[in-house]
Ligand binder design. Structure first.
Ligand code: MN
Length: 135
């Protein structure tokens, strides 16, 4: 699958990319929000992995911007963050994200969590209301 990683930390980027490519996925990279949004529009990936602590535009703002783009409506967004604050998971969901992976990245579970997010697709509770089917 095609996965876009939006992450400013080189070690995290390297590890995520290595683990995903080792499992046969294709990875594209962006180091900040605007670059990530541009890459998402250009490639329409199967999954976006999104850091929260990014320079300038934080991950929540990036998620809201991505969710405003109709061409990305079906693309799951999973937050990958070391924030341990209570309510952070809920905040990610409110911003339009579909899942949450905690840092430090656990090499034993990371790929399975990312793959599960692609299989599950968009979270039900975040699903954009669809127009009623034609009669
Ligand atoms: Mn970061």
């Amino acid at each position: 699958m095609n996965i876009l990683i939006i992450e400013d930390n080189e070690q995290n980027m390297y590890l995520e990319r290595y683990l995903l490519e080792s499992s046969g996925h294709r990875v594209s990279e962006a180091r900040d929000g605007p670059a990530g949004i541009a890459a998402a529009r250009a490639t329409v990936p199967d999954l976006i992995l999104l850091d929260i602590q990014l320079p300038g535009m934080d991950g929540y703002a990036v998620a809201r911007a991505l969710r405003a783009l109709s061409e990305l409506v079906a693309v799951p967004i999973v937050v990958v963050t070391s924030y341990a604050l209570s309510g952070d998971r809920a905040r990610a969901l409110v911003a339009g994200c579909d899942g949450y992976i905690e840092k430090p990245i656990n090499p034993d579970t990371f790929v399975a969590l990312a793959e599960a997010a692609m299989v599950n697709g968009r979270s039900q509770e975040n699903e954009t209301p669809r127009p009623a089917a034609f009669p």
